[in-house]
Write a protein that binds this ligand. Structure first.
Ligand SMILES: [Ca+2]
Ligand SMILES: [Ca+2]
Ligand SMILES: [Ca+2]
Ligand SMILES: [Ca+2]
Length: 408
Protein backbone atom coordinates (compact mmCIF):
# COMPACT_ATOMS: atom_id res chain seq x y z
CA UNK A 1 0.00 0.00 0.00
CA UNK A 2 1.23 3.43 -0.88
CA UNK A 3 0.20 6.74 0.54
CA UNK A 4 0.40 10.15 -0.90
CA UNK A 5 1.38 12.15 2.14
CA UNK A 6 1.40 15.89 2.28
CA UNK A 7 2.90 18.11 4.93
CA UNK A 8 1.07 21.36 4.71
CA UNK A 9 2.58 24.47 6.21
CA UNK A 10 -0.63 26.21 7.04
CA UNK A 11 0.39 29.68 6.05
CA UNK A 12 -2.74 31.30 4.81
CA UNK A 13 -1.13 34.33 3.31
CA UNK A 14 -4.27 36.43 3.29
CA UNK A 15 -4.11 36.45 7.05
CA UNK A 16 -2.45 39.36 8.81
CA UNK A 17 0.73 38.80 10.72
CA UNK A 18 -0.85 38.35 14.11
CA UNK A 19 -2.85 35.40 12.91
CA UNK A 20 -0.28 33.90 10.63
CA UNK A 21 1.15 30.60 11.74
CA UNK A 22 3.55 29.63 9.04
CA UNK A 23 5.06 26.88 11.15
CA UNK A 24 1.82 25.25 12.20
CA UNK A 25 2.04 21.77 10.72
CA UNK A 26 -0.72 19.58 9.44
CA UNK A 27 -0.01 16.11 8.14
CA UNK A 28 -2.56 14.80 5.65
CA UNK A 29 -2.67 11.65 3.56
CA UNK A 30 -4.96 9.87 1.15
CA UNK A 31 -7.30 7.33 2.66
CA UNK A 32 -6.40 3.70 2.08
CA UNK A 33 -8.65 1.81 -0.29
CA UNK A 34 -8.04 -1.41 1.61
CA UNK A 35 -9.86 -2.79 4.66
CA UNK A 36 -7.77 -1.24 7.40
CA UNK A 37 -8.33 -0.55 11.10
CA UNK A 38 -6.42 2.70 11.37
CA UNK A 39 -3.29 4.71 10.76
CA UNK A 40 -0.13 5.35 12.72
CA UNK A 41 2.10 8.36 12.34
CA UNK A 42 5.76 7.76 13.16
CA UNK A 43 8.32 10.49 13.48
CA UNK A 44 11.70 11.47 14.84
CA UNK A 45 14.45 14.06 14.51
CA UNK A 46 16.68 11.93 12.29
CA UNK A 47 15.68 10.96 8.77
CA UNK A 48 14.69 7.29 8.65
CA UNK A 49 14.73 6.90 12.45
CA UNK A 50 11.23 7.16 13.88
CA UNK A 51 11.31 7.19 17.66
CA UNK A 52 7.71 8.28 18.25
CA UNK A 53 4.47 6.60 17.21
CA UNK A 54 0.98 8.10 17.35
CA UNK A 55 -2.16 6.09 16.62
CA UNK A 56 -4.66 8.40 14.96
CA UNK A 57 -7.38 5.83 14.30
CA UNK A 58 -9.25 6.28 11.04
CA UNK A 59 -8.47 9.97 10.69
CA UNK A 60 -6.51 10.91 7.60
CA UNK A 61 -4.76 13.88 9.15
CA UNK A 62 -2.72 14.64 12.23
CA UNK A 63 -1.53 17.86 13.73
CA UNK A 64 1.73 17.45 15.65
CA UNK A 65 1.68 18.65 19.24
CA UNK A 66 4.52 19.22 21.67
CA UNK A 67 7.37 19.27 19.21
CA UNK A 68 10.55 21.09 20.19
CA UNK A 69 10.79 24.43 18.44
CA UNK A 70 13.69 24.76 16.05
CA UNK A 71 14.13 21.02 15.55
CA UNK A 72 13.57 19.37 12.21
CA UNK A 73 11.18 16.41 12.32
CA UNK A 74 10.72 13.57 9.86
CA UNK A 75 7.31 11.91 9.47
CA UNK A 76 5.91 8.78 7.86
CA UNK A 77 2.46 7.17 7.94
CA UNK A 78 1.47 3.53 7.85
CA UNK A 79 -1.83 1.71 8.13
CA UNK A 80 -2.69 -1.32 10.19
CA UNK A 81 -5.45 -3.84 9.92
CA UNK A 82 -7.60 -5.59 12.50
CA UNK A 83 -5.22 -8.55 12.77
CA UNK A 84 -2.21 -6.36 13.52
CA UNK A 85 -0.69 -6.36 10.05
CA UNK A 86 0.95 -3.13 8.97
CA UNK A 87 1.59 -1.54 5.61
CA UNK A 88 4.98 -0.27 4.45
CA UNK A 89 5.79 3.29 5.42
CA UNK A 90 4.70 6.15 3.25
CA UNK A 91 7.42 8.32 1.83
CA UNK A 92 9.00 10.63 4.38
CA UNK A 93 8.20 14.30 4.81
CA UNK A 94 10.09 16.76 6.99
CA UNK A 95 9.59 20.15 8.58
CA UNK A 96 10.99 22.43 11.29
CA UNK A 97 8.80 22.91 14.37
CA UNK A 98 7.98 26.32 15.79
CA UNK A 99 6.29 27.49 18.94
CA UNK A 100 4.57 30.51 17.45
CA UNK A 101 1.22 30.95 19.18
CA UNK A 102 -1.79 30.24 17.05
CA UNK A 103 -4.56 32.81 17.08
CA UNK A 104 -8.04 31.74 16.25
CA UNK A 105 -11.59 32.92 16.37
CA UNK A 106 -12.47 29.66 18.09
CA UNK A 107 -12.76 28.89 21.77
CA UNK A 108 -9.36 27.58 22.75
CA UNK A 109 -8.54 27.40 26.43
CA UNK A 110 -5.39 25.36 25.87
CA UNK A 111 -2.45 25.56 23.55
CA UNK A 112 -3.79 23.14 20.97
CA UNK A 113 -4.75 24.28 17.52
CA UNK A 114 -8.23 22.85 17.85
CA UNK A 115 -11.43 24.20 19.38
CA UNK A 116 -12.82 23.18 22.76
CA UNK A 117 -16.37 22.19 23.69
CA UNK A 118 -17.72 24.78 26.09
CA UNK A 119 -20.96 25.25 27.97
CA UNK A 120 -21.84 27.96 30.46
CA UNK A 121 -24.25 27.06 33.23
CA UNK A 122 -26.29 30.10 34.29
CA UNK A 123 -27.35 28.50 37.58
CA UNK A 124 -23.86 28.37 39.07
CA UNK A 125 -22.10 30.66 36.62
CA UNK A 126 -19.56 27.96 35.79
CA UNK A 127 -17.84 27.44 32.49
CA UNK A 128 -17.37 23.76 31.70
CA UNK A 129 -14.60 23.25 29.18
CA UNK A 130 -13.75 19.98 27.46
CA UNK A 131 -10.47 20.37 25.70
CA UNK A 132 -9.76 19.58 22.09
CA UNK A 133 -6.10 19.06 22.99
CA UNK A 134 -7.12 15.92 24.93
CA UNK A 135 -9.33 14.71 22.08
CA UNK A 136 -12.22 15.73 24.36
CA UNK A 137 -11.19 13.33 27.14
CA UNK A 138 -10.20 15.92 29.75
CA UNK A 139 -12.05 18.88 31.15
CA UNK A 140 -11.94 21.67 33.69
CA UNK A 141 -14.27 24.39 34.87
CA UNK A 142 -14.09 28.04 35.88
CA UNK A 143 -16.64 30.12 37.74
CA UNK A 144 -17.41 33.46 36.12
CA UNK A 145 -20.64 35.39 35.78
CA UNK A 146 -24.13 34.74 37.09
CA UNK A 147 -27.35 33.75 35.42
CA UNK A 148 -29.32 35.50 38.16
CA UNK A 149 -27.83 38.81 36.96
CA UNK A 150 -28.86 37.99 33.37
CA UNK A 151 -25.22 37.83 32.32
CA UNK A 152 -24.57 37.17 28.65
CA UNK A 153 -21.48 35.01 28.01
CA UNK A 154 -19.01 36.81 25.73
CA UNK A 155 -15.85 34.66 25.58
CA UNK A 156 -12.92 35.67 23.41
CA UNK A 157 -9.27 36.59 23.38
CA UNK A 158 -9.32 39.96 25.15
CA UNK A 159 -5.70 39.94 26.29
CA UNK A 160 -4.18 38.83 23.01
CA UNK A 161 -2.34 35.68 24.10
CA UNK A 162 -4.21 33.44 21.62
CA UNK A 163 -6.03 31.71 24.47
CA UNK A 164 -9.71 32.30 25.22
CA UNK A 165 -10.68 34.44 28.20
CA UNK A 166 -13.93 33.90 30.06
CA UNK A 167 -16.10 36.99 29.89
CA UNK A 168 -19.66 38.10 30.47
CA UNK A 169 -21.64 41.22 29.69
CA UNK A 170 -24.11 42.32 32.33
CA UNK A 171 -27.15 44.07 30.78
CA UNK A 172 -28.29 45.75 34.01
CA UNK A 173 -25.25 48.00 34.35
CA UNK A 174 -23.58 47.44 30.98
CA UNK A 175 -20.44 46.09 32.61
CA UNK A 176 -18.03 43.73 30.85
CA UNK A 177 -16.25 41.38 33.22
CA UNK A 178 -13.25 39.59 31.75
CA UNK A 179 -11.13 36.94 33.46
CA UNK A 180 -7.89 36.69 31.55
CA UNK A 181 -6.06 33.58 30.40
CA UNK A 182 -2.76 35.45 30.46
CA UNK A 183 -3.00 35.58 34.27
CA UNK A 184 -3.90 31.92 34.53
CA UNK A 185 -7.48 33.13 35.09
CA UNK A 186 -6.40 34.62 38.44
CA UNK A 187 -6.94 38.24 37.40
CA UNK A 188 -9.79 40.08 35.81
CA UNK A 189 -10.79 43.49 34.59
CA UNK A 190 -14.10 45.24 34.13
CA UNK A 191 -15.25 48.04 31.86
CA UNK A 192 -18.59 49.67 31.22
CA UNK A 193 -19.98 49.70 27.69
CA UNK A 194 -23.55 49.50 26.46
CA UNK A 195 -26.84 49.22 28.31
CA UNK A 196 -29.44 46.51 28.51
CA UNK A 197 -32.13 49.16 29.05
CA UNK A 198 -31.45 50.37 25.49
CA UNK A 199 -31.85 46.86 24.13
CA UNK A 200 -28.13 46.49 23.40
CA UNK A 201 -26.77 43.17 22.18
CA UNK A 202 -23.10 42.44 22.86
CA UNK A 203 -21.13 41.96 19.61
CA UNK A 204 -17.55 41.45 20.80
CA UNK A 205 -14.99 41.21 18.05
CA UNK A 206 -11.61 42.48 16.95
CA UNK A 207 -12.72 45.50 14.93
CA UNK A 208 -9.38 47.36 15.14
CA UNK A 209 -7.24 44.36 14.25
CA UNK A 210 -4.81 44.36 17.17
CA UNK A 211 -5.49 40.70 17.96
CA UNK A 212 -7.58 41.52 21.02
CA UNK A 213 -11.34 41.56 21.39
CA UNK A 214 -12.93 45.02 21.52
CA UNK A 215 -15.94 45.84 23.66
CA UNK A 216 -18.86 46.33 21.32
CA UNK A 217 -22.64 46.45 21.39
CA UNK A 218 -25.26 46.73 18.69
CA UNK A 219 -28.30 48.87 19.50
CA UNK A 220 -31.36 47.56 17.63
CA UNK A 221 -33.41 50.75 18.01
CA UNK A 222 -30.89 52.87 16.11
CA UNK A 223 -28.97 50.12 14.34
CA UNK A 224 -25.72 51.65 15.59
CA UNK A 225 -22.63 49.57 16.40
CA UNK A 226 -20.77 51.10 19.34
CA UNK A 227 -17.16 49.95 19.63
CA UNK A 228 -14.62 50.60 22.36
CA UNK A 229 -11.22 49.63 21.01
CA UNK A 230 -8.69 47.44 22.77
CA UNK A 231 -5.79 49.11 20.93
CA UNK A 232 -6.56 52.34 22.80
CA UNK A 233 -6.87 50.63 26.17
CA UNK A 234 -10.64 50.97 25.67
CA UNK A 235 -10.32 54.78 25.64
CA UNK A 236 -11.22 55.39 22.03
CA UNK A 237 -14.72 54.76 20.75
CA UNK A 238 -16.32 54.78 17.35
CA UNK A 239 -19.80 54.15 16.05
CA UNK A 240 -21.19 52.95 12.75
CA UNK A 241 -24.83 52.69 11.76
CA UNK A 242 -25.62 49.35 10.15
CA UNK A 243 -28.82 47.35 10.22
CA UNK A 244 -32.07 47.94 12.05
CA UNK A 245 -33.92 46.20 14.81
CA UNK A 246 -37.20 47.09 13.08
CA UNK A 247 -36.28 44.56 10.37
CA UNK A 248 -35.44 41.90 12.98
CA UNK A 249 -31.83 42.10 11.81
CA UNK A 250 -29.45 39.65 13.46
CA UNK A 251 -25.93 41.02 14.05
CA UNK A 252 -23.25 38.52 12.99
CA UNK A 253 -19.81 40.09 13.35
CA UNK A 254 -16.95 38.06 11.86
CA UNK A 255 -14.14 38.54 9.38
CA UNK A 256 -15.77 38.17 5.96
CA UNK A 257 -13.23 40.16 3.92
CA UNK A 258 -10.17 38.44 5.35
CA UNK A 259 -8.26 41.44 6.68
CA UNK A 260 -8.10 40.01 10.20
CA UNK A 261 -10.62 42.46 11.60
CA UNK A 262 -14.28 41.90 12.41
CA UNK A 263 -16.74 43.26 9.88
CA UNK A 264 -20.14 44.64 10.80
CA UNK A 265 -22.71 42.27 9.44
CA UNK A 266 -26.43 41.81 9.80
CA UNK A 267 -28.68 39.11 8.41
CA UNK A 268 -32.22 40.18 7.61
CA UNK A 269 -34.39 37.07 8.00
CA UNK A 270 -37.49 38.25 6.10
CA UNK A 271 -35.59 38.53 2.80
CA UNK A 272 -32.62 36.39 3.71
CA UNK A 273 -30.18 39.18 2.92
CA UNK A 274 -26.71 39.39 4.41
CA UNK A 275 -25.38 42.93 4.60
CA UNK A 276 -21.62 43.04 5.12
CA UNK A 277 -19.93 46.32 5.98
CA UNK A 278 -16.24 45.73 5.56
CA UNK A 279 -13.46 46.62 7.94
CA UNK A 280 -11.04 46.76 5.00
CA UNK A 281 -12.92 49.83 3.75
CA UNK A 282 -12.87 51.39 7.23
CA UNK A 283 -16.57 50.44 7.32
CA UNK A 284 -17.31 52.75 4.38
CA UNK A 285 -18.26 50.10 1.81
CA UNK A 286 -20.50 47.10 1.92
CA UNK A 287 -21.68 44.15 -0.10
CA UNK A 288 -24.78 42.03 0.21
CA UNK A 289 -25.60 38.41 -0.51
CA UNK A 290 -28.96 36.65 -0.47
CA UNK A 291 -28.84 33.36 1.42
CA UNK A 292 -31.42 31.57 3.51
CA UNK A 293 -34.64 32.98 4.84
CA UNK A 294 -36.61 33.41 7.99
CA UNK A 295 -39.64 31.96 6.21
CA UNK A 296 -37.87 28.59 6.44
CA UNK A 297 -36.99 29.16 10.07
CA UNK A 298 -33.30 29.32 9.07
CA UNK A 299 -30.63 29.92 11.67
CA UNK A 300 -27.58 31.93 10.58
CA UNK A 301 -24.35 29.94 11.11
CA UNK A 302 -21.47 31.93 9.61
CA UNK A 303 -18.08 30.29 10.11
CA UNK A 304 -15.01 29.46 8.05
CA UNK A 305 -16.05 26.14 6.51
CA UNK A 306 -13.68 26.27 3.54
CA UNK A 307 -10.64 27.28 5.54
CA UNK A 308 -9.61 30.40 3.65
CA UNK A 309 -9.58 32.57 6.78
CA UNK A 310 -12.81 34.34 5.93
CA UNK A 311 -16.31 33.72 7.24
CA UNK A 312 -18.60 31.86 4.88
CA UNK A 313 -22.25 32.78 4.64
CA UNK A 314 -24.29 29.88 5.94
CA UNK A 315 -27.65 28.93 7.37
CA UNK A 316 -29.00 25.83 9.05
CA UNK A 317 -32.59 24.80 8.40
CA UNK A 318 -34.07 23.17 11.50
CA UNK A 319 -36.97 21.50 9.66
CA UNK A 320 -34.71 19.19 7.63
CA UNK A 321 -31.40 19.78 9.39
CA UNK A 322 -29.61 20.87 6.21
CA UNK A 323 -26.60 23.19 6.37
CA UNK A 324 -26.41 25.51 3.37
CA UNK A 325 -22.95 27.04 3.01
CA UNK A 326 -21.95 29.69 0.52
CA UNK A 327 -18.18 29.79 0.39
CA UNK A 328 -16.01 32.88 0.68
CA UNK A 329 -13.28 31.20 -1.38
CA UNK A 330 -15.62 31.27 -4.39
CA UNK A 331 -16.52 34.92 -3.81
CA UNK A 332 -19.81 33.59 -2.40
CA UNK A 333 -20.67 32.22 -5.86
CA UNK A 334 -20.62 28.53 -4.98
CA UNK A 335 -22.34 26.61 -2.26
CA UNK A 336 -22.77 23.17 -0.79
CA UNK A 337 -25.41 21.54 1.38
CA UNK A 338 -25.04 18.77 3.97
CA UNK A 339 -27.64 17.33 6.33
CA UNK A 340 -26.67 17.26 10.00
CA UNK A 341 -28.79 17.61 13.12
CA UNK A 342 -32.48 18.21 13.48
CA UNK A 343 -34.78 20.87 14.79
CA UNK A 344 -37.13 18.13 15.98
CA UNK A 345 -34.59 17.28 18.69
CA UNK A 346 -34.12 20.94 19.61
CA UNK A 347 -30.55 20.87 18.28
CA UNK A 348 -28.46 24.00 18.72
CA UNK A 349 -25.80 24.72 16.12
CA UNK A 350 -22.20 24.93 17.35
CA UNK A 351 -19.96 25.08 14.26
CA UNK A 352 -16.25 25.20 15.11
CA UNK A 353 -13.03 23.43 14.22
CA UNK A 354 -13.09 20.29 16.35
CA UNK A 355 -10.78 18.17 14.19
CA UNK A 356 -8.07 20.80 13.86
CA UNK A 357 -7.91 21.12 10.08
CA UNK A 358 -8.66 24.86 10.24
CA UNK A 359 -12.08 24.42 8.71
CA UNK A 360 -15.33 24.66 10.65
CA UNK A 361 -17.07 21.35 11.18
CA UNK A 362 -20.82 20.89 11.08
CA UNK A 363 -21.86 20.44 14.69
CA UNK A 364 -24.96 20.51 16.83
CA UNK A 365 -25.57 20.20 20.54
CA UNK A 366 -28.64 18.23 21.58
CA UNK A 367 -29.91 19.66 24.88
CA UNK A 368 -31.94 16.69 26.13
CA UNK A 369 -28.91 14.39 26.21
CA UNK A 370 -26.16 17.01 26.22
CA UNK A 371 -24.54 15.41 23.19
CA UNK A 372 -22.23 17.17 20.77
CA UNK A 373 -22.52 15.67 17.31
CA UNK A 374 -19.65 16.70 15.06
CA UNK A 375 -19.41 15.94 11.37
CA UNK A 376 -15.81 16.51 10.44
CA UNK A 377 -14.57 18.68 7.60
CA UNK A 378 -11.39 16.58 7.37
CA UNK A 379 -13.45 13.60 6.25
CA UNK A 380 -15.36 15.63 3.66
CA UNK A 381 -18.26 15.50 6.15
CA UNK A 382 -18.50 11.71 5.80
CA UNK A 383 -17.39 10.83 9.34
CA UNK A 384 -18.68 12.05 12.63
CA UNK A 385 -18.03 11.71 16.34
CA UNK A 386 -20.12 12.43 19.40
CA UNK A 387 -19.20 13.63 22.89
CA UNK A 388 -21.46 14.05 25.90
CA UNK A 389 -20.92 17.42 27.55
CA UNK A 390 -23.34 19.67 29.37
CA UNK A 391 -27.05 19.29 29.88
CA UNK A 392 -30.19 21.01 28.79
CA UNK A 393 -31.73 20.08 32.14
CA UNK A 394 -29.32 22.55 33.78
CA UNK A 395 -30.09 25.23 31.21
CA UNK A 396 -26.55 25.02 29.85
CA UNK A 397 -25.63 27.42 27.07
CA UNK A 398 -23.36 25.76 24.48
CA UNK A 399 -20.85 27.98 22.75
CA UNK A 400 -18.73 27.73 19.66
CA UNK A 401 -16.22 29.94 17.96
CA UNK A 402 -16.14 33.42 19.46
CA UNK A 403 -16.38 35.83 16.58
CA UNK A 404 -18.54 33.58 14.51
CA UNK A 405 -20.92 32.34 17.13
CA UNK A 406 -24.09 30.91 15.78
CA UNK A 407 -27.18 32.79 16.75
CA UNK A 408 -30.28 31.16 17.99
CA1 LIG B 1 -9.14 44.80 19.06
CA1 LIG C 1 -12.70 42.08 8.12
CA1 LIG D 1 -14.22 30.80 4.38
CA1 LIG E 1 -12.52 21.12 11.01
Amino acid sequence: MLFRIVLAALCVCALPAHRADAASLLLQWDASSEAIAGYSVRYGTVSGVYTETVDVGMETFWRPQALTAGHRYYFVVQSYDASGGVSPFSHEVASVASDDPIQSDGLRFGSADVDDMVVWRPGDGRWYIRTGSSFYQSSFSLQWGAGALKDVPAPGDYDGDAVTDVAVWRPGDGMWHVRTSGSGYRESFSAQWGAGALGDTPVPGDYDGDGKIDLAVWRPGTGVWHVRTSSSGYQRIFSVQWGAGAHQDVPLPADYDGDGRADMVVWRPAEGMWYVRTSSSAFQSYFSVQWGGGVHGDVAVPADYDGDGRADIAVWRPADGVWYVRTSSSGYQQSFAVQWGSGVHGDITVPADYDGDRRADLAVWRPAEGMWYVRTSSSGYRNFFAVQWGSGVHGDVPMSNGLTRSVR
